[in-house]
Design a protein around this ligand. Structure first.
Ligand SMILES: Cc1cc2nc3c(=O)[nH]c(=O)nc-3n(C[C@H](O)[C@H](O)[C@H](O)COP(=O)(O)OP(=O)(O)OC[C@H]3O[C@@H](n4cnc5c(N)ncnc54)[C@H](O)[C@@H]3O)c2cc1C
Length: 357
């Protein structure tokens, strides 16, 4: 059987590799298959399959909410060059798909490719987004924020400058042996927090420690509540976690499973449990979007006090319905009455007022 994977991002390429490994004739179509990836893709180390290409990893993580939490969990930054690499038996076609059907796709310009078509064209639709602006600095300059052999997953302490009340945090991870990415991040907002505001806050954090702003920046916009398309894979299938923006580790883990389904003639579909978990996570996103800005660090304080297995279930248990429900119930139970009301009835509040959209 021939497979046509439309979209050559991390998910499409992982699926193409897995299909080729099963001996399926595999084609990847992407408008710019040779364009290097600029994004820094990272994940909890224990969520990556053993053969994931890791550029840098650290053995522990830290989060600062209203207090500091040490998380006994490694974190890894992926090596984009190797993440992009495809075996020689995968055919790569440069082009944009403009016409779809089950057994063929039409490219702009008229070319037609036949085979079982899988949509891996990334997230589409939705209005809530995670946005971030990051810079890479020498590790010794980043020392006030993050130590050696650790990742700062989130630090909710307020930046010295902000022109809106939107909550943002600092994310700091090593990207090479001697460089660290410092990223000001708005976890979730509808619409996404403008990059100017994030840049202002990041630069103010750097200035407070006498760190010059380096050239170049990473700009992040991740659609959190994009439409999940049937028969799709990766972000196109709604696999971006609505409360974290992560999807790459899940795509790497699922690719062999999806390839097995294709080889057996079964559809590339999410299980019923996975669909329900996504629905619950979207409810979690709604609660986060409605939360008063000052409550957000407290909410994550409760989160990091959950037992490890429930934290993991909520973050990574894509089909773990029981764990996801238990984590959400425990969070609800530990919140005070005001936060509980917000979690139970998440109505988009006036949180975003005063901020240009
Ligand atoms: C800067 C940045 C940093 C991120 N960091 C992380 C991270 O650390 N960890 C994490 O888990 N997630 C991260 N994400 C979120 C998410 O995991 C990524 O967006 C990831 O790239 C999604 O992979 P994907 O392959 O499903 O989709 P995409 O990467 O969006 O790939 C889709 C591909 O399909 C192509 N395409 C679209 N339409 C067509 C068409 N009609 N015909 C042919 N090709 C088409 C596109 O050109 C693109 O190459 C980050 C996102 C960004 C933007």
């Amino acid at each position: 059987m021939d497979v046509v994977v439309v979209g050559g991002g991390p998910a499409g390429r992982a699926l193409a590799r897995a299909c080729a490994a099963r001996g399926l004739g595999t084609t990847v179509v992407d408008p710019n298959p040779e364009r290097p990836w600029r994004a820094t893709y990272a994940a909890w180390a224990d969520q990556l399959p053993a053969d994931a290409p890791i550029a840098v990893s650290v053995s522990r993580s830290r989060a600062v909410t209203t207090v500091e939490h040490v998380i006994a969990r490694g974190y890894a930054v992926l090596d984009n060059e190797r993440l992009r690499r495809l075996p020689d038996d995968v055919r790569v076609v440069a082009g944009r798909v403009v016409g779809w059907s089950a057994g063929e796709v039409a490219l702009a310009g008229g070319r037609v490719l036949t085979g079982l078509v899988v949509d891996a064209t990334g997230a589409a639709g939705g209005r809530a987004a995670q946005t971030a602006v990051g810079v890479v600095v020498p590790a010794e300059r980043a020392a006030p924020f993050v130590g050696a052999d650790e990742a700062l997953i989130m630090d909710w302490r307020k930046p010295p400058a902000a022109t809106t009340t939107d909550p943002t945090f600092l994310y700091a991870i090593p990207v090479s042996a001697d460089e660290v990415l410092l990223e000001e991040t708005s976890l979730a907002r509808r619409p996404g927090l403008p990059l100017d505001e994030l840049r202002r806050r990041l630069h103010a954090r750097l200035a407070a420690h006498g760190i010059p702003v380096p050239d170049g920046e990473e700009r992040v916009r991740i659609a959190l509540d994009g439409r999940a398309r049937n028969g799709a894979f990766g972000a196109a299938a709604g696999s971006i976690h609505p409360a974290t923006g992560y999807s790459v580790a899940a795509a790497l883990r699922r690719a062999p499973v999806a390839a097995a389904a294709i080889a057996d003639g079964r559809p590339v579909a999410r299980s019923a449990a996975e669909r329900v978990v996504r629905g619950l996570r979207l409810k979690g996103l709604a609660a986060l979007l409605a939360m008063r800005p000052d409550d957000v660090p407290e909410f994550f304080n409760h989160f990091f006090h959950l037992p490890d297995n429930l934290q993991r279930a909520y973050l990574d248990g894509d089909g773990d319905l029981r764990g996801t429900v238990l984590a959400m119930l425990r969070l609800f139970g530990s919140a005070d009455w005001r936060m509980r009301a917000g979690l139970a009835f998440p109505v988009q509040s006036a949180k975003t007022s005063g901020t240009p959209g």
